[in-house]
Design a protein around this ligand. Structure first.
Ligand code: CA
Length: 763
């Protein structure tokens, strides 16, 4: 019924037509415009497919400026920095002899002879005169190759190096095998088992053992295995190959192949298109005044529903099961991975909780399983625990889902998990908390103990607030959770009133000497003090108070844009790409290309100047995003930077996940409807909207004047009409009262805790 309602009210019939999967692919080590690859996949699919232009093992798997394609890779890569696992590739070929070498076999191609849709990919491989088409399901895919006239047409499978296996089965018209290639985060026996089912008999078979092609040898276990089959083709003859894989077993791979059913290639592509439209049309933009903006919006929404990846498979009884990268066992239930919570706690998971709560429920069960199987929640999973970034933001991911009303999973296990993770660290990984003992004793992570200590402290304090709020919602006794309320104020310990900025502190209580607010890294993570000072998501009013009031706070916010993009890269020894991405954007020290500052613009809503948020959000949407190959202003990062745009275009953003509030900006479109799955609609209208009219003159919610600078999650869920009057000059009266400000912990923190925290600091 909800689906029918959605279809009936839909303004855009085919939103997937606006998605460009190539956005962000024009990237390199030194400068990222997204560091993405075209993920040919279904939403939250287990396997993605991408044309492979980079060498085997190169994280830059597909780059827009490349000339040649080496194969079509099944990939599970979340980011080039984390790299891939379980990957193998397929390539059609024509020639007197098959060629396996990854450089020699690569074929010229053109973007002008390429069609890229989320559910469909097509390219002309010029050196072979072969057209390749791909259409995916979650765990399987169909390839369709259109060959020229040739007695020697081939299809190659490259199972990659680091240990692989291939067996050619001519009687069954199959190739089976596995790849073990990974980048960590798996158990020793990790394998991705694959099966390829061809639609015709073979006239040539070979296997490849470390580059040596061995005709008529049907099986190979090698450091680097491959398989080749051949046949003759007429000009324009189409050859279809069904492919599937499994992290569990060869038998499960065969089961996963059944996802394709007996559908033809065209039916699969049509079904894929429908599935994408069902997911994308939850947010329905009714504004055709600028098609480029539709393309940017839906390309961002596409990137927001790929990760976290589904790592579960469906058994013969129709039940979810999974290979555990944590303990190597095959276990019942859901599992997800390939996300870094340091990035995605901010906007990506809140977007899932609001728009796709049915997926959130499965994901939360998946995190509970990860804890049961490893003793920790991941902080960066790919597919298991990885040692990357800082913080303990799994607490926020768990708390936000529960506090937003997601139910139907084992929250008590997750409660145990967040408490454990706040007071322990998993060996050689970012999971749990590094230096939790020092943090719990001193109230901050000391700089002389570990680098990036201020970033860790600020995130732990927010994570502690998340734990406190979750504990309250679960009815945990105050004596158990009071300590987290107290630690939630630990951000105050790093505030240096002399500079009005956050600063690293030594174990002896002294500031780290030679403070430089432009210094990236050091006490901070991939940002500087100007970027990280705002990481008090849960208590912006507390930060305003530390700065001495709204005037100073607003001045400090303004400063970020006013200052030139000066930087000190000495901690890294070279200009990391995130620094360069800030420097070149002509927006001062505002570094939207990386996550720490992505909520900052919204903070004017707490300090009586909401129009400045409206102005800078519009500038950021217009200048930092587009729907082209260079469309992002830094790493996209598994949906986070995209989810920022999706929220911001709707006109609100979860500055503090877990607070139950979204802070207002201003809508990007003249009309947008959010179709919530429970059948309720949030209709956002702004008929005078334009770049000139970027300011909110007036907002009415369900017909009544709304002077607050936030909307509540619970109110959105009931359905809502938000009617904006937009104007070319700011309304400096609206949203300026203290009551208009969004949630801050200071307003509700127990007095006893405030007192004891103040005393502690004075000691
Ligand atoms: Ca980043």
């Amino acid at each position: 019924m909800a689906l029918l309602a959605t279809l009936a009210a839909r303004a855009i019939d085919n939103p997937v037509q606006y998605v460009n999967p190539l956005v962000g692919t024009f990237s390199k080590h030194s400068l990222s415009t997204g560091n993405t690859y075209p993920a040919i996949a279904l939403p939250w699919g287990m396997n993605f497919w991408t044309p492979q232009t980079g060498k085997m093992g190169d994280g830059w798997a597909y780059t827009y400026d490349a000339d040649k394609i080496r194969g079509f890779k099944q990939t599970h890569q979340p980011s080039p920095w984390i790299n891939d696992y379980g990957q193998f590739s397929i390539l059609p070929q024509v020639g007197a002899e098959p060629v396996f070498d990854q450089d020699k076999r690569a074929s010229w191609f053109s973007h002008k002879a390429e069609v890229v849709r989320p559910y469909y990919y097509k390219v002309y491989l010029a050196d072979y005169d072969v057209t390749t088409e791909i259409t995916p399901t979650s765990r399987a895919a169909m390839f369709r190759f259109t060959f020229p006239e040739s007695k020697q047409s081939y299809i190659l499978v490259d199972a990659f190096d680091r240990g692989s296996y291939v067996k050619v089965l001519p009687a069954e018209r199959k190739i089976v095998g596995y790849t073990t290639r990974n980048s960590g985060g798996v158990t020793k026996d990790f394998r991705n088992y694959f099966v390829l089912q061809f639609d015709r008999p073979f006239t040539y078979t070979a296997t490849v053992d470390e580059g040596n092609i061995k005709a008529n040898v049907s099986e190979v276990t090698s450091k680097h295995a491959g398989g080749i089959i051949g046949f003759s083709t007429k000009r324009g003859e189409r050859v279809c190959v069904q492919v599937a894989s499994s992290f569990i077993s060869p038998e499960q791979a065969e089961l996963n192949l059944k996802e394709l059913g007996n559908r033809t290639f065209d039916q699969l592509a049509e079904d894929g298109q429908k599935e994408w439209n069902t997911v994308l049309s939850r947010i329905d933009v009714d504004d055709s005044s600028d098609v480029d903006r539709l393309r940017t919006f839906y390309s961002c929404l596409y990137r927001s529903v790929l990760f976290p990846r589904s790592l579960f498979e469906i058994d013969a009884q129709g039940k979810p099961i999974h290979y555990s990268p944590y303990n190597g066992k095959v276990l019942p239930g859901y599992l997800f991975g390939d996300t870094g919570f340091w990035d995605t706690f901010r906007a990506l998971f809140p977007l899932v909780n609001l728009v796709y709560p049915e997926m959130s429920q499965k994901m939360q069960e998946g995190w509970a399983n990860a804890y049961k199987e490893s003793g920790f929640l991941p902080e960066w999973s790919s597919p298991g625990h990885r040692d990357c970034m800082v913080g303990n933001n799994s607490a926020s991911v768990v708390a936000d889902a529960y506090l937003k009303g997601i139910r139907g999973y084992d929250i008590e296990t997750l409660w145990e998990a967040v408490i454990h993770g706040a007071n322990a660290q998993l060996d050689r990984s970012a999971s749990g908390r590094r230096c939790w003992q020092e943090y719990n004793t001193l109230g901050y992570v000391p700089y002389d103990k570990i680098k990036e200590s201020a970033a860790r402290t600020l995130e732990y304090a927010f994570d502690d607030w998340s734990i406190y709020k979750l504990g309250q919602a679960l009815g945990k006794p105050e004596k158990e959770i009071a300590v987290y309320a107290q630690r939630a104020l630990n951000y105050k310990n790093l505030f240096d009133p002399q500079h009005n900025l956050m600063r690293g502190k030594l174990e002896n209580g002294e500031w780290v000497p030679d403070f430089n607010p432009f210094k990236w890294g050091d006490a901070f993570t991939e940002g500087n003090s100007l970027h990280y000072t705002w990481s008090v998501f849960h208590d912006v009013q507390g930060l305003i108070n530390l700065m001495g009031g709204n005037d100073t706070f607003n001045h400090m916010l303004d400063t970020v844009f006013v200052l030139p993009p000066v930087f000190d890269e000495s901690y890294y020894g070279s200009v990391i790409h995130e620094i360069r991405e800030m420097q070149i954007m002509n927006m001062g020290n505002y570094a939207h290309g990386n996550q720490p500052i992505q909520h900052m613009i919204y903070l004017y809503n707490y300090s009586g100047q909401p129009w400045k948020s409206q102005y800078w959000l519009r500038e950021t949407m217009n200048r930092m995003y587009n729907a082209n190959f260079d469309g992002y202003c830094g790493d996209e990062d598994n949906g986070q930077t995209s989810a920022w745009f999706v929220f911001t275009a709707m006109g609100f953003y979860p500055v503090c996940p877990g607070s139950g509030e979204y802070v207002l900006g201003a809508p990007y479109f003249r009309k947008l409807t959010l179709h919530l799955p429970a059948g309720k609609d949030v209709v956002i209208s702004a008929p005078q909207n334009s770049d000139a009219n970027c300011y909110v003159q007036r907002l009415a919610i369900d017909g009544s004047e709304w002077d607050r600078n936030y909307v509540r999650h619970a109110d959105l869920l009931r359905g809502m009409k938000m009617d904006y009057s937009m104007a070319s000059s700011p309304n400096t009266q609206r949203g300026t009262t203290p009551e208009a400000a969004p949630y801050s912990f200071t307003s509700e923190v127990p007095k006893s805790i405030l007192k004891s925290a103040t005393k502690k600091r004075k000691k």
